[in-house]
Ligand binder design. Structure first.
Ligand code: UT7
Length: 325
């Protein structure tokens, strides 16, 4: 009998400090950087984002999201036998955010590690957890996407600093004979590294290179629209389903125009797309589990429905997870 990974519970966390476009524009204006609510809304769909407090790291956001997911699943941290965190903004170079979350949850012993696939990180992490559950090496997994992108933004670059926010989202997966994750699809192509990257690194006690986000927005946009359709179709084909079978599309939340274009290509109406980019901005690896938790908690997503989760990000990396909720 096939073993499936089933979502037992979801959770998310947003830092208290919420900035509307007008708030951010006013702060940027003080540094001579010009932007506007109109431009940001029209080009991206973003209206607000949350920024972590100085003392909050990815592990703090991740732990809050994990606690809510554990509560929703009705299990304790000691019941977990796997913790994976997707992040590109870890608290430290090492150890991993996952081991910090494990400790903050008051448990120990199970494997815990980070996955770095930028905005596709949660899709990668979910796929790895699903493989470990299917192989029998894990029964209950905590999978988190957590980011503090505010730490790697260049607030003098208006083409990028208005786009991103901080947050975390988490799911608890459990081995089950009921579906479950139906199909997964992952890809990467390293030749695109320069169109979306943070080129700095720690070197001999200092920083070598520029430790802030650089993006060629239009190049990323074009690539994203193509691969998001391809990966959705690949997962559907693996599960012998068609686009008509998808109840909810939960894409990476980067730009409303990318999401609408993907929905059109999959012949889905826009009211079947879960959109949180307006309230959260682009939270990279956290964006998909944040959107998922939002739609679970507001009652849109119901048990038995078919969900298409898909992401694309730096590397380039991209992929999808098709599941029965
Ligand atoms: O998470 C990873 C995935 N990331 C993405 O998916 C991002 C994909 N790319 C995008 O979402 C869009 O390309 C952006 C939102 C980044 C940019 O939108 P765009 O429609 O491609 O705008 P653009 O770069 O062509 O810029 C248009 C104009 C430029 O002015 P000129 O040269 O036409 O005079 C920019 O300088 O808008 C200007 N501009 C701004 N104006 C006000 C750029 N940023 C801003 C800003 N406020 N924040």
């Amino acid at each position: 009998m096939r073993i499936y990974s089933r979502i037992l519970g979801t959770g998310s966390y947003l830092p208290a400090n919420r900035l509307t476009n007008a708030d951010l524009a006013a702060q940027l204006a003080q540094q001579g950087v010009e932007t506007s609510d109109d431009w940001i809304v029209e080009r991206t769909g973003i209206r607000a984002r949350h920024f972590a407090a100085d003392q909050q790291g990815s592990s703090d956001l991740a732990t809050e999201a994990a606690r809510k997911a554990l509560a929703a699943a009705g299990i304790g941290a000691d019941d977990l036998d796997l913790i994976i965190v997707a992040t590109s903004t870890p608290d430290m170079v090492f150890p991993s955010v996952a081991t910090m979350v494990q400790h903050k949850l008051g448990t120990a012993g199970c494997p815990a590690f980070d996955v770095q696939a930028v905005c596709s990180g949660f899709i990668y992490a979910l796929t790895i957890a699903d493989s470990m559950i299917q192989s029998g090496s894990a029964k209950r997994a905590l999978v988190i996407g957590s980011e503090v992108f505010s730490r790697i933004l260049d607030f003098k670059d208006r083409t990028t600093c208005v786009l991103f926010g901080d947050g975390a989202g988490a799911v608890i997966l459990e081995a089950s004979d009921q579906p479950g994750i139906l199909a997964t699809d992952l890809h990467a192509d390293g030749k695109h590294k320069d169109i979306l990257c943070v080129p700095g690194h720690v070197n001999q006690g200092g920083i070598l290179g520029d430790p802030v986000l650089k993006m060629d927005g239009q190049a990323v946009f074009k690539l994203a629209v193509g691969v998001l359709e391809e990966t959705a179709r690949a997962s559907l084909a693996k599960a012998n389903l068609t686009d008509a079978d998808i109840d909810w599309l939960i894409p990476h939340q980067a730009n409303i125009r990318i999401m609408q274009s993907t929905a059109r290509k999959l012949k889905m109406s826009s009211d079947k797309v879960v959109v949180t980019v307006d309230q959260h901005g682009n939270t990279s690896a956290a964006s998909i589990p944040l959107a998922l938790d939002t739609a679970v908690r507001d009652g849109r997503i119901q048990r038995g429905q078919t969900l298409m989760l898909e992401g694309v990000g730096g590397g380039f990396t991209w992929g999808s997870v098709l599941l029965r909720y």
